[in-house]
Structure formats: C-alpha cells, structure tokens
Design a protein around this ligand. Structure first.
Ligand code: ADP
Ligand code: MG
Length: 731
C-alpha cells in the first residue's frame, strides 16, 4: 500500500472546520483598524504632518521634507506601539511578482543609560537600503554593487500585520531605474490622469482630477494541505503535472455558486475579517466553476492602492489557508481538464466631480463624454494589442490563454449588441460639419438612446479577454497569480497615449473651424472605423475565431510567453513607454529579460519534476504491479498447464501494455533531458526561452498521457500519487 498517499487521505478525512470567532462588532467598525489611515493620522499626527501626508496621497509625486517626515514617523511609531507592534518593515514588490519585507525592531539600546528605547525617525521611514541584491534586476544592477533602495510611498497607507508595522514602498536602483512593479504603475497613473483630465476639459471645466479605479476579482483553489504535501508536483511547481481526470469533474456544474463547504467557509470568514481590518474592502465570496475553486472580490479602489491590496490579500489568503489546513493555489491551471483561475481586472476612470467616465449617462451630453473615453480605450487596445498580451504573459497563464475554457491569446474586445448598434449608426455620420438635422438626429437617436443599464452586459460574453461590462472594462485574461501592476501599467499607458493623440486631432479640427462637438464626433467616428478589427462579439473559444483574427484581421495569436514577450518589445512600443515616462528602454529590457528567464526556469523545473515523478514514482509502481500480474499468470500456469493462456489472456495483455508504456515514458524522459542539455548553454535569453517552449515542453504531454493511462490500469492501493478525485472532492 502506498503509505504516503493514504496517510494524507486519512488525515484529511478527520478534519473538522476550524471555527472562527466573530465578535459582536460590525465589519464596518473593524474596517481599517490595522491601517494608519486618515482617522489614525488625525489622532497621532501634528496638523502640519497630517496635511502633508494628505496632500501627498491625493497628488502622487508630492515631496515630504525631512522635518515633516520625522513628525510622521513619530506619530506612526506611537500608533504602532499602541497596537503592540515591535518591528517595522519597508514592504515592496520586487520583480519576482510577490511581496518582500525585511523586519527591523524599533528597539534600540541606549548606551548612555544602559537601558533601551523604541526608536524610529523620518529617515528610516522614507528610505532604506535593504540588502536585496538577489532579487531579479535584469542586469540593471550588478550584485556586487547591490545598491537598490526602498522609498516610502505615502499614497498607500502603512498597516500592521502581527507585530510588524508595514510601510508600502517603491524599490529603485541608485541610478533611478525601477526595480519593482509599483514604480512604472505609479508613473502610468500620472500620465493617464493628466491625459484624461485634458480631454475632460472639453466637457466640464470643473474636472481637475481623474482617478483610475481597479477592482480585482481573485480566483483560487483550496486543497487540503496534507494532500498537497503528498504531491511533489503541486509543492514544487504549483500545478499537477500528472493525474488522470476524475470520472466526475465539473460537468454537472454542481459546485458553482453552491453552498460553501464548512471548512472553506470558516477560512473565508477569517480572511474577510483580517482583510477588513487591513482596510481591504472585500465584499464578495463564492464557489467558482471548478470543484474546490473559489473567488473573492473587493470593492474597487484607486489602482495603486487596489494593487497593493491585492498583493497583501494574496499573502493573507495563503497564511490563513494554512491555519485551516488548506493550501491556497494561485496557479492559473493547477489541474488539467477543469477551469483555470484568473484575476479579472475591472478598470475604469472616475472624476473629482463623482462621475464614472465609463458609465453611460442620462443625457446626450454626458453620453458624448462616455463615448469619448469608451471609444478611446477601444482604439488604444486596437493599436497596441500585443502590449496587452505581453503584459499578462507567464508560464502559468499560457495554460489558460488558448486553452479551450479561457479567453484566447488573441486580444479582442466585447462591447455588447446595444453599443455595437450605436457604433453602426455613428459610423454613418457624414464627414466634416454636421447639419442641424444631423445633430439632432445624432443626439436624439444615437447618443441619446444609450441606456443607462446595458442589458447584454449583465450576462456578458465570458469568452472575451477584454469585455465592457456596463460601466467598466474587465480585463479578464490576467492570470490569477500575476501582480496586476504589469497589465494595469500597460493599459494606463496605451490609453494615455491614445487620449493625448485624440486631443491633438480634435484641437486641430476645432482650429480648422469645426465646432467642438462636431470635431469630437468626427474623430470618434474615425476611431470606430479603424477599431473594427479589435471588436468581437462571438465565441472567443472557437477555432473559427482564431482563424478569422489571424487571417482576416491581422491580429496576433501568440500562445506562448516567449512569443508574446518578443512580439511586444518593438521600437514603437519602447518609444511609447519612453515618451510617456513610464519606463526607459533599460527598464523595459530588464523586465523582458527577467520574464523570459522566469519562464524558462519554470519550464525547466517542471521538466525535472515530471521526469522525477514519472521515473521514481510511476515506473517503479508499474513494475510492482506488473510483477503481481506475472505472479498471477505463473500461478495459473501451474494450475492449468497448457490451458493457462486463455485464462490469463487479459493479464498478459496488461503485462504487455505496462511494458510498452514504461518504454515510452522512459525514452521520452531521456529525450527531454537531452534537449535540456542542448539548450542550457545557450546565452541568448530569447532563443533559450523559445527553445524551452518548443523543444522541452511538448514532452510533457506524451509523458503525462502514458503515466495517466497507467494510473487507471494499476491497483488503486499501490498508486503513490494522490488522485484528482481526492484532491478535488475532499472538502
Ligand atoms: P460583476 O462584474 O460580477 O457583475 P461587479 O459589477 O460587482 O460584479 O464588479 C466586479 C468587480 O468590479 C468588483 O471588484 C467591483 O468593485 C469592480 N468594479 C465595479 N465598478 C467599478 C469601477 N467603476 N471601476 C473599477 N472597478 C469596478
Ligand atoms: Mg469571476
């Protein structure tokens, strides 16, 4: 009997929900209690310091001088000490895609008095130099001159976890290049805000600030920790490399939105409570489509904060899952044959006057404003689809993009039939100056008729990678394990560029004598015509679509990470980032290298783990079972003599099948290992990553196929690897 698997199962069967004690307090009363938010700042900061932080919060880039920083640090320390905190850390997001922290104690001995004190000052708050030389930097920083520093980001408030005060920071090289995901995001927010405000002036002079909003739907799987520990592939690669599909998977749809199983529910309650205390506005929790798959969604926030919150939220989910004897799997495709996980990025723009610019309004005038931002976003995606595709490219997400139950690797936008009808009519508006009749016609019949609630967007096309969902765009192709900063930086930048270009075009027409509304209509009509290729309302999963997209519309279908990354690093795109001060060429190229490197390392690790599992777990088990069959055949021969062949017919076939499969598995592993040996010395990172994809990865499928066939042939009691039905259906 395979002891490891059965021990794990036994442990799991005895689990009970770990009940979470909820206090009488309402969630709203706990909201933000572990955050150094406005409320706490009012209590702990001087008036001067409070004002400085508030200014910096609403205007990223505002400097806080050293004297004020000292005051903020003192207040922050007192607040933290009042919560029993002993340590502080700069909390940042290096290019590994996760979060990093290095704790220091407030405690400091006071040599003079022989006693000790708690100390913290503005210098420690605003800047530190973590010895973080081993984080990927794509050659920006040589390790021997490990000069990267973290700097306080006052737009994202400090918070307390356990006994530690966490200060959100950016992470940059001494030479100024961004070494994290946050700096480019913050820069992209600035350009988009400026461009969006400039355009807003056409409609309302009172708009002087536009906020980019993000709401992140986070999908994940929960699997019992004992079962995960019994699967070396899950532990080391985050996904199962082997495993036959269970007889019952998700075909009955009986998990989706079903009642949440007891253990998972207790876990969720705790995640919610802790998130709420940290100011993360979690609102929704439910079962997702696949068995043991779930989702959390918060209320949207300003994009930089929302992204920090998502990173923090993922950390919380992981920690709290362990307390409940689960492992949270964020991999985009932990199990073959059932749905993978995404992180839907709901994105919009809202004004200081309280208007969501992507929500249709009540009047033709407000709808012209809506159409302007709506159509410019579409135009931006139509111009730069490869940048968006590259922004979500990871080894894990490759399994979703192009797999048949996830948005395809081809970028396209779904807008729904009502808005498509509006586009059809707008496209027919005559060029140049509009006649009074035309204007009335347009206003009353086209723009005026856009309903506030768009019916077909409530039941939206789930196969679209980028869908308009009534009052926001939903970038659905983002991977569940990704940091949203990458995709959001790309989206902000392309829309910013587009709005700048729009402004130039409209202004030129106005100067040429057209009325403002006419000019806007003219340009928008043009954009509709030139964006048709990116609009697609049909089934994004179908082969016909991929064919049409590539052959008729000239869209790229880059199904692998290396091809997607390489396609996006063009001179034009480098210039775009540079012109908008989002990233320099050096910063872009560094990220390119890091992403390719990460990709190939992941494939390399998967390849090794698969070889190991197949050779050291599957083949020995197959041999043992084969010996059992051989014993059986020999016994039959002893008893029945010459007649044994008819009686042992099936056993003999099974013996043969096992030998054949062992032989294929073994040869394929040898060939795969040989490929790795050939590729590893390659210096050129693009070539190396591409080869890992084209020459190593294809072996996974054949090896898996034969291992999975053996799984359903061999005695269940002997099988060493915990099975799909056990991982997916043990609650
Ligand atoms: P669904 O998309 O499933 O219909 P919701 O409309 O409630 O559900 O939104 C899903 C996510 O989109 C939530 O995180 C929500 O906060 C976010 N969202 C809603 N409105 C906006 C907006 N204006 N900007 C950004 N995100 C938004
Ligand atoms: Mg969802």
């Amino acid at each position: 009997m395979s002891t490891f698997r059965f021990q794990a199962l036994k442990e799991t069967f005895n689990r009970q929900p770990i009940e979470v004690e909820l206090s009488e307090k309402r969630l709203s009363e706990s909201f933000g209690e572990n955050v150094f938010n406005e409320h706490a700042m009012l209590q702990y900061l001087t008036k001067e310091a409070y004002k400085a932080v508030m200014d910096a919060t609403s205007n990223s880039g505002t400097k806080i001088d050293r004297r004020i920083a000292d005051q903020v640090a003192a207040g922050m320390k007192d607040w933290a000490l009042s919560k029993g905190v002993k340590h502080y850390t700069h909390w940042f997001q290096p290019l590994t895609g996760t979060t990093a922290e290095k704790h220091d104690s407030f405690f400091e001995p006071d040599p003079g008095s022989g006693r000790a004190l708690e100390k913290f000052n503005g210098g420690l708050l605003t800047q530190q130099e973590p010895d973080a030389s081993s984080f990927p930097n794509g050659g920006i920083r040589n390790t021997f001159e490990a000069r990267g520093y973290s700097a306080w980001d006052p737009t994202s408030p400090a918070f307390v976890i356990g006994d530690t005060l966490c200060i959100p920071t950016i992470f940059v090289a001494y030479t100024g290049e961004a070494l994290d995901n946050k700096v480019p995001l913050i820069r992209s927010v600035q350009v988009l805000q400026d461009a969006a405000v400039d355009v807003a002036k056409y409609f309302d002079k009172n708009i002087n600030k536009i906020t980019i909003t993000l709401g992140v739907e986070q999908e994940y799987f929960l699997v019992d920790s004992a079962l995960v520990k019994s699967r070396p592939d899950l532990l080391q690669t985050g996904r199962t490399l082997l495993g036959h599909a269970p007889a019952k998977g998700q075909q009955l749809d009986d998990h989706y939105f079903g009642s949440i199983p007891g253990r998972a529910l207790e876990f969720m309650k705790e995640v919610e409570l802790e998130s709420i205390k940290l100011g993360i506005p979690v609102k929704t929790r439910h079962n997702e489509v696949a068995p043991n798959q779930f989702e959390f969604a918060p209320v949207f926030e300003e994009v930089n904060l929302a992204n920090d919150h998502n990173s923090l939220f993922m950390d919380l989910i992981e920690k709290i899952a362990r307390k409940h004897h689960f492992r949270a799997l964020f991999h985009e495709k932990p199990f073959a044959g059932i749905n993978g996980s995404g992180k839907h990025n709901n994105w919009s723009l809202s004004t200081n006057t309280g208007i969501n610019l992507l929500a249709p309004g009540k009047t033709p005038k407000s709808n012209l404003q809506f159409l302007t931002y709506f159509i410019n976003t579409i135009k931006a995606v139509g111009r730069y689809p490869d940048l968006l595709r590259a922004s979500i490219a990871t080894a894990g997400n490759d399994h979703r993009l192009g797999a048949n139950e996830a948005p395809p690797a081809v970028m396209s936008i779904f807008i729904g039939s009502q808005l498509t009808a509006v586009f059809d009519e707008l496209e027919n508006v005559t060029d140049g100056k509009l006649s009074p009749e035309e204007k009335t016609e347009l206003k009353l019949n086209v723009v005026g008729k856009i309903p506030e609630i768009l019916l077909d967007n409530t039941d939206r096309n789930r196969t679209s990678p980028f869908a308009f969902t009534g009052n926001k765009f939903e970038f659905r192709a983002v991977g569940s394990d990704s940091n949203s900063a990458g995709p959001m930086t790309a989206l902000n930048t392309i829309v910013a560029q587009q709005l700048q270009d729009f402004k130039i075009e409209v202004d030129a027409l106005i100067e040429g004598g057209l009325k403002k509304d006419d000019a806007i209509f003219n340009v928008l009509r043009d954009y509709i015509k030139t964006s048709r290729h990116i609009l697609f309302e049909g089934d994004g999963y179908s082969d016909d679509w991929v064919k049409e997209a590539v052959e008729k519309r000239g869209l790229n279908n880059n199904t692998s990470t290396p091809s997607a990354l390489i396609a996006a690093l063009t001179e034009e795109n480098i210039a775009l980032y540079k012109r908008n001060n989002v990233m320099s060429k050096v910063e872009l190229e560094a990220r390119h290298e890091i992403q390719l490197e990460e990709y190939l390392m992941r494939i390399q690790i998967e390849s090794r783990v698969l070889g190991d599992l197949a050779r050291n777990h599957v083949i020995p088990t197959a041999v043992k079972y084969q010996n059992l069959l051989i014993e059986n055949v020999k016994g039959l021969k002893d008893i029945y003599g010459a007649d044994f062949k008819t009686l042992a017919h099936e056993q003999l076939e099974m013996i043969q099948e096992i030998s054949e499969r062992i032989s294929v598995i073994n040869t394929e592993i040898n060939k795969m290992t040989e490929e790795r040996k050939q590729i590893n010395p390659i210096e050129d990172i693009e070539e190396k990553a591409t080869k890992y994809c084209s020459d190593v990865k294809p072996y996974f499928e054949t090896i898996r196929y034969h291992c999975d066939k053996l799984e359903i042939l061999i005695d269940d009691e002997m099988w060493p690897l915990t099975k799909y039905r056990e991982m997916l259906f043990t609650k």
